[in-house]
Write a protein that binds this ligand. Sequence first.
Ligand code: ADP
Ligand code: MG
Length: 694
Amino acid sequence: MRPAILFPLFAETRTLPGVGPRLEKLIAQVAGRRLVDLIFDLPTGVVDRSYRPKLIAAEAGRIATVAVNVLDHLPPYDKRQPYRVRCSDDTAAMELVFFHAHADYLNQALPKGSRRIVSGRIERFNNRLQMPHPDYVLPPEQEPELPLHEPVYALTENLPGKSLAKAIRGALEKVPAVPEWQDASFLKARGWQPFAEALHKAHAPVHEADLSPDTPERSRLAYDELLANQLALILIRAHMRAAKGRVLNGDGHLKAKALVALPFVLTEAQQQTLGEIEADMASPTRMLRLLQGDVGAGKTVVAMLALLGAVEAGAQGALMAPTEILARQHMAALEPIAKAAGVRMALLTGRERGPSRDATLEALAKGEIDILVGTHALFSEDVAFRDLGLAVVDEQHRFGVHQRMTLQGKAERLVDVLVMTATPIPRTLALTAYGDMDVSRLHGRPPGRKPVETRVLPVERLDEVVEHLRKAIATGARAYWVCPLVAESEKIDLAAAEERAVELRKALGPKVGLVHGQMKAVERDAAMERFKNGDIALLVATTVIEVGVDVPEATIMVVEHAERFGLAQLHQLRGRVGRGARKSSCLLVYQPPLGETAKARLKTLRETDDGFVIAEEDLRLRGPGELLGTRQSGEIEFRMADLAAHGELLTAARDDAKLVLSRDPDLKSPRGEALRVLLYLFGRDEAVRYLRAG
Ligand code: ADP
Ligand code: MG
């Protein structure tokens, strides 16, 4: 149970004064539903109102606080004009400008002849000073109420900054006196203040420098969050380990048949990772292993051989893909191997319905199906295996630790779990997102793959790209054209892609197709099919193809607005080509001017093809403060820790968590008790449940 001391922080935001249903919703979008979400929503900027010029010397563009006399009011002639209030100090005049103003309010706030303190951004317009919509208008006696330094928070449309700031101030008032969960000497050595103090300080920046992730207060808070994360992962992992698994010890007879049927031999890297997996399966503890490797590194074959091992041991296997297309692709690729080994395999996705679905389910329950391939439909209520032994989850980086646990909970007996991800994850991220798992890394690529030639060019040269495509298509080449992520909204992205498809059709003829995320699965599969068989030569796409479609005939990848994609994403896109025998190329088209980070990203892509290197570089390039945006690489969401900036703290938290738990495995010492509060504070309730009652 959550300790009572934290109750106030877990109250809903609507309990705050001034927060009604409308504001509650908007606040939920940027921070969350509870006060604790508000206190962890740190400022992204600071407004400095300490600049107090005389008007004659006021610099346009700056936030200024000025004492003025109100001269007169100039109401607008018509509604589209602003309401103006003329003021002056003893050096110059200035107009306060209000659009959609209420005259009553302005007469009351700025009576003619009164003296007022106004604060806001000063502008110069037609050589006259003006201040549109001052942030503050106060009578002189209220001047002490004017905040000289105000935190700025990330907003969303229709959420007024002042309302959010007020809600956050309200939440901060509710922060209780918590016991110190950090080691006293560690805090001292780092020069960090207590939690509540750090929190208040972090919300009260004075200078830009106070927003840096390495201030003492932000470091402390990040460390708290990372420590909670690491403690939780170690506890979950210990729980999983303690849970009895089963011994899946195949005799190798199916694997041998499959290996003979394969048109290639396993690479050394594949043999090694398969060995790691088989050892886990054969051990009496439960397997929780992450198999990382680039697109095309050959993970699927490894997974299939592991599944055969489970079947050899008398159990069933499941392979879950994130999308319908991928599930079908896996089925198509693996069925011949299954046939060769004499193993029964079936497909189950959301699209299998009615009698055929019933038949599959029945066969599955009877054990007449050995390996089931599908989407998350595999884990719906009515799907019952006779004896599931190994679950392979492909590209599951969209899920977090929590979902993985739910999924494992579904299995009646403890199932070995192998997660495959095509997004190599930097070591630090693997620690936080997959710290509950063992990791196998599949390096390199199968032999015979030609490297993809990568070219970077500005959008002015788009004509050349089209020309290149025209020639290539004439020789039978197949190409992708990925459209930019321009907006948050998929609708807008879609409009851009549609427009591009129309233009390309004009330039290149009818063999131009379009796929996007809003298409029905059937339509999308149909379009992919036509691309596969060559009816479509150029496939314009929003990023749906990111998820791993395999068309070996495709040899050209054009990415428009490449500067807007993350490094890992671009790497994934590039991985769509270079799968066949023909030489492939990737054209990254950018919109100048390129920012420093975008430049570095594109340079990295040109220089390396190693997903592990790219992943590390990706993390490094995300400057502090840059949103961990596209969330493509298994990142779990930290609210205060910034893995690009706090990597060192993560390692420290890892060591700290290990040490604490080795000495006090059930968190019963005084520090242990305090750490329980920390775990609850960061919503790690499930980890606390694994502790013996304290
Ligand atoms: P991943 O699942 O890692 O994206 P796949 O398992 O789909 O990669 O493998 C990509 C391609 O390489 C497939 O066509 C597969 O048949 C082939 N392949 C896998 N292993 C080897 C190997 N050892 N030698 C040659 N080709 C291989
Ligand atoms: Mg096992």
